[in-house]
Design a protein around this ligand. Structure first.
Ligand SMILES: NC(=O)c1ccc[n+]([C@@H]2O[C@H](COP(=O)([O-])OP(=O)(O)OC[C@H]3O[C@@H](n4cnc5c(N)ncnc54)[C@H](O)[C@@H]3O)[C@@H](O)[C@H]2O)c1
Ligand SMILES: CC(C)[C@H](C(=O)O)[C@@H](O)C(=O)O
Ligand SMILES: [Mg+2]
Length: 372
């Protein structure tokens, strides 16, 4: 298969983790005879520094005219700590999501067996948890009208949703539930918010077309608690933009690190793949950021194009990296391995075609060669 992939490394740890995802895709291309053509472009704080804009036209045009986008992370403390900044890195990402029509952000959450103890939650609570969050990505308070009065003393963010915006992601979430354990939990704040009541009404109506899926509802405050108390109860969670953002960071704790969580952002025509974490500026340039979320985002990209065998090789490589403890310090505080070594392990695993992997003397070997 030939795929043109726009790569937006972004800020902070973005370039380091995306380099590892690219390595994995390159190895897949070589081993399975696919041609992946990568083209890099600017977005975020780095784009503001170089062009004055967080999403330059050139980047947007590239993303609109490509098969898929692989995105790292954006954001920089110089903007986070300055509420008066009018131009901000995050505007680039939001504009890109809107322009590409990426209304559904899919965030799978499943702890790895050998990492159960990396989570601060008890084994019996998280073992067997396996769910996916469908987060609406182009509506809600993120995109509604924003105001700030002249004195700078009063501000507002309008939260708006239309029936159509809710229905299109609801269909995707129900279809996903049909292929899983057939349960969909809609999370909202329908006891307070008008938009949430519209969500409930529309989701109930859409649900009539998916009678084999059990639909239930949770208020978001309770959902935040249930995620930690009993995450096994969830199969597919469907929610609006802001709640999905917050709940998915919370859910990452179940897996042991936010550095493990990947996502796919899908629209009618375009697709973007991104880790759920941010630019983690404290780790920039230190070779300590976990690249697994980005590598798994690349695997989701392959899956999106029907390259299931190839995606599974990456999933297996990550499982092996975790099993052999070739992981970054977020997962093992005394680890001697960094971002690059995890990425090397994964690409070596792909090139080795799963050939006799073993561990001795603190090194991982494939066949006769030492790979980390
Ligand atoms: N999609 C995105 O680009 C995105 C997402 C979230 C935040 N941000 C931006 O990132 C900047 C920092 O935000 P933040 O500190 O709230 O969130 P963050 O996700 O960057 O980091 C929060 C914490 O998560 C952990 N973490 C994150 N990524 C990790 C990784 N790959 N490996 C290991 N640990 C990791 C670290 O402990 C870190 O302190 C801000 O400017 C914010 O706007 C961007
Ligand atoms: C950086 C920010 C705009 C973004 C969001 O809130 O959507 C991030 O937190 C995410 O989860 O992708
Ligand atoms: Mg977020």
């Amino acid at each position: 298969m030939n795929l043109k992939i726009a790569v937006l490394p972004g800020d902070g740890i973005g370039p380091e983790v995306i380099a590892q995802a690219k390595k994995a895709l390159y190895a897949i291309g070589e081993v399975y005879n696919h041609e992946f053509v990568f083209e890099e472009a600017l977005m975020g704080a780095i784009a503001i520094d170089k062009t004055g804009k967080p999403l330059p036209e050139q980047t947007l045009n590239l993303c609109l005219n490509t098969d898929a986008v692989l995105f790292g992370a954006i954001g920089d403390p110089k903007y986070d700590n300055n509420p008066n900044a009018k131009v901000r890195p995050e505007q680039g990402l939001l504009k890109l999501r809107k322009e590409l029509g990426l209304f559904a952000n899919i965030r799978p959450i499943k702890p790895y067996k050998s990492l159960i103890d990396a989570s601060p939650l008890k084994r019996e609570i998280i073992e067997g948890a396996d769910f996916t969050i469908f987060r609406e990505l182009t509506g809600g308070a993120y995109f509604g009208a924003k105001t700030l009065n002249e004195e700078g003393t009063h501000a507002s963010d309008l939260c708006e949703y239309s029936e159509e915006e809710i229905a299109r992601i609801a269909h995707l979430a129900f279809k996903s539930a049909q292929n899983r354990r057939k349960k969909l939990t809609m999370v909202d704040k329908a006891n307070v918010l008008e938009t949430s009541r519209l969500w409930r009404k529309v989701v109930q109506k859409v649900g009539e077309e998916y009678k084999d899926v059990a639909l239930d509802f949770l208020f978001v405050d309770n959902a935040a608690m249930q995620l930690i108390l009993n995450p096994k109860q969830f199969d597919v969670i469907l929610t609006e933009n802001l709640f999905g953002d917050i709940l998915s960071d919370e859910a990452s704790v179940i897996t042991g690190s936010i550095g493990l969580l990947a996502s796919a952002s899908l629209g009618e025509k375009n697709a973007l793949f991104e880790p759920i974490h941010g630019s983690y500026p404290q780790a920039k340039g230190k070779n300590i950021a976990n690249p697994i979320a980005s590598i798994l985002s690349a695997a989701m990209l392959l899956e999106h194009f029907g390259l299931l065998k190839e995606a599974n090789v990456i999933y297996k490589a990550i499982e092996k990296a975790i099993e052999f403890k070739v992981v970054t310090v977020d997962l093992k505080s005394d680890s001697k391995f960094g971002t690059n070594e995890v990425g090397e392990f994964v690409s070596n695993f792909i090139f080795s075609k799963d050939d006799l992997l073993y561990f001795n003397n603190d090194n991982v070997h494939i066949g006769q060669s030492t790979i980390v």
